[in-house]
Ligand binder design. Structure first.
Ligand code: ZN
Length: 411
């Protein structure tokens, strides 16, 4: 259940006045929203560096509600003037997410997360730094505070931000448990989703593998291993047969892996094991492949008729298939050319993101819009300051290109 934040406290009667005020605010904001002139490149760069520092210096481990709220406040100070409308906290099961709802539909959904994998206190011995070569470092800078800074810059320069929504979630690093439904609900009404996750050496992420997890329980019958082993039904032997069989359903050519990862069986050395348990990790590039493997697990039957098998689990994250990003990538490449940026590359990667959820709904999704950098989840995390500025321009360019395409269609 979602407990909507303070901006939903407004009564309907107050809404008209409120909306006038918002329009005034939007106009006031527009004055400050102009793309800095070419001569202002240094100012833009300095502002971007300040914002990187500010956001990295908010430590935001997943689950730390107060610190995440403080980081959200900083984001609101940047994004509210750019959009001319307020952000709202959406709280789901005690976890806060920051939403800037769109002012009109259809819209482009920018998707990011503020939480990092770094525990509180990391900053004390690993502070934010920016060296003379423009390399910025600090906990969470690549995954993905730099992506949020780039998005804030883009919203200040996009020509029509009324058609943009921004969701910054607070629990991505632990699997988006409370934000998933919100992400899907917003994505379902969006015309495109731009995911602010780290790039792959500057390249966009055009496809991501999907993943399934299975737990298989084997139930046999115990017997004395010395006196009458023939009266037992060996759950471990059956597990072993199924481990080997599962290897045969993998398909290297299709990129489908089936990896037994954890197993346990037995109690003592002189007893035929009655129970065994197996965990299997599955990765695939297409939903069809995940479903093929899923059918295999659903139909799993023991070779030994005296052993029963129970399967739990299934498809966990659907893949982000290349088809979902094809059109948006072409449009992004054009936007990069128009903005005078370097040619854009795109790659397929193994890891999953919230983009997997939105692509599975059939919504065009482009991922990896964060800047050039590296070392996600590692002490070596870094980003290029100039790349953050360039990504701001790219994201603004993509938003504008989608707007132009929409106007073309509506005409
Ligand atoms: Zn991330």
């Amino acid at each position: 259940m979602s407990d909507l934040g303070e901006t939903h406290g407004t009564q309907p009667a107050a809404r008209a006045a409120d909306s006038t005020r918002r329009q005034d605010a939007a106009r006031a904001a527009a004055a400050t929203r102009r793309q800095p002139a070419a001569g202002d490149a240094a100012a833009t760069r300095a502002l971007t560096a300040d914002r990187l520092r500010a956001l990295v210096e908010h430590e935001t481990p997943t689950g730390d509600r107060a610190r995440i709220a403080a980081a959200f406040q900083t984001l609101r100070e940047w994004v509210e003037p750019a959009l001319g409308r307020p952000g709202e906290l959406v709280t789901v099961d005690g976890v806060d997410h920051l939403l800037f709802a769109p002012a009109a539909e259809p819209y482009v959904l920018l998707l990011g997360h503020v939480d990092t994998v770094w525990p509180l206190g990391t900053l004390a011995d690993w502070p934010f730094t920016l060296d003379a070569d423009g390399i910025a470092r600090g906990p969470g800078i690549f995954d993905m505070k730099a992506g949020l800074v780039a998005a804030a810059g883009a919203l200040a320069t996009a020509s029509d931000p009324s058609r943009v929504a921004l969701l910054v979630s607070g629990d991505e690093e632990i699997g988006s448990l409370t934000s998933r439904a919100l992400i899907e609900q917003l994505a379902a009404r969006a015309e495109a989703v731009l995911v602010l996750e780290p790039s792959e050496r500057g390249a966009l992420k055009l496809a991501r593998c999907g993943a399934s997890i299975y737990r298989v329980r084997f139930e046999g019958r115990a017997a004395h291993a010395g006196l009458e082993p023939e009266r037992g039904a060996n759950a471990l032997t059956e597990l072993s047969r199924q481990v080997l069989a599962s290897g045969e359903i993998a398909d290297a050519a299709a990129g489908t892996t089936v990896t037994p990862t954890v197993a346990s069986a037995g109690t003592v050395t002189n007893t035929v094991p009655a129970q065994a348990e197996l965990m299997v990790d599955v990765r695939a590039r297409t939903l069809a492949e995940l479903e093929r493997v899923d059918r295999w697990f659903a139909a799993l039957a023991a070779t030994d008729p005296q052993v029963t098998i129970a399967v739990e689990g299934g498809i966990n994250r659907p893949p982000l298939e290349q088809e979902s990003s094809r059109e948006l990538f072409a449009l992004a490449q054009e936007a990069a050319r128009d903005a005078g940026l370097a040619a854009l590359d795109g790659v397929a990667v193994g890891g999953a993101s919230d983009g997997n959820f939105t692509a599975a709904l059939g919504v065009p999704t482009l991922d990896g819009l964060g800047p050039l950098g590296g070392g996600a989840h590692a002490r070596s995390e870094w980003v290029s300051l100039d790349a953050v500025v360039e990504r701001s321009r790219l994201i603004a360019g993509i938003i504008d290109a989608i707007a132009a395409r929409r106007r073309g269609e509506e005409r």
